[in-house]
Design a protein around this ligand. Structure first.
Ligand SMILES: C[S@@+](CC[C@H](N)C(=O)[O-])C[C@H]1O[C@@H](n2cnc3c(N)ncnc32)[C@H](O)[C@@H]1O
Length: 213
């Protein structure tokens, strides 16, 4: 995808039309990595800043062990670093995105080539004080079941901070997945920001869950 073939909105629109196939998602983001920060900043993408502040409201300990799942180019890690968090790991399906996250210096470790749906093969279960995933629960990226994977990585009492684009929420069974986990006593909903800013083209819901048990 060369710069002369794609406009800012075409790239963002194309991301929403991905099919969830990890090979296609990886290839798309490998191509977009170089322009991702410029394009997202041009549409006032503020989900990373909102998510980092939400974490801070529920987890004041800046020594907490954090995992940024689908870290992209590291925008979330940078926001967390600005708030004083230092122990941040990140992973992403795309090596090119992950390399950029590594280059921010905000992360203790970044791994590329990790599919969230298989992340328990690469990361220790119940190891993290908080797992964040921002901009990933979006159409054509990961299914709502990815929540179960992230939950497995958080320690009991640990937090999940997740953004869901509103069209993702409306068109998937994310709420059903949440209701099952709530009903089974596996999570508690600490905070929900509904229809909050995401970028200038749309809104998102932001969820903070605590892992029970
Ligand atoms: C819209 S970007 C968000 C990146 C970053 N969290 C941010 O807020 O800027 C979505 C990211 O999710 C990653 N992604 C999509 N599906 C994934 C999967 N199954 N496993 C890991 N990462 C995935 C993409 O490679 C991409 O970097």
């Amino acid at each position: 995808m060369s710069d002369d073939k794609i406009s800012i909105n075409e790239a963002i629109d194309a991301a929403l039309k991905l099919d969830g196939n990890p090979d296609n998602v990886r290839a798309f983001y490998d191509d977009w990595a170089q322009r991702y920060d410029i394009d997202t900043s041009s549409v006032d993408y503020n989900a990373p800043a909102i998510s980092a502040r939400l974490l801070q409201q529920s987890l004041a300990d800046t020594d907490a062990r954090l995992l940024d799942a689908g870290c992209g180019t590291g925008l979330v890690g940078v926001e967390l670093g600005n708030l004083g968090y230092r122990d941040i790991e990140g992973f992403d399906l795309s090596e090119s995105m992950a390399q950029r996250a590594h280059a921010t210096g905000a992360y203790r470790q970044v791994k590329g080539g990790i599919d969230m749906m298989q992340a328990t093969r690469s990361y220790q279960a119940e190891a993290y004080d908080a797992v964040l995933s921002v901009g990933v629960f979006t159409l054509g990226h990961v299914p709502p079941e990815a929540l179960l994977v992230l939950l497995a990585l958080a320690r009991p009492g640990g937090l999940l901070v997740i953004s869901t684009r509103t069209h993702y929420y409306d068109q998937t069974d994310f709420q059903q997945q949440v209701d099952e986990l709530l009903g089974d006593g596996r999570i508690e909903l600490l905070k929900l920001l509904e229809d909050a800013p995401y970028n200038k083209d749309g809104a998102a819901h932001y969820w903070v869950f605590s892992k029970l048990g």
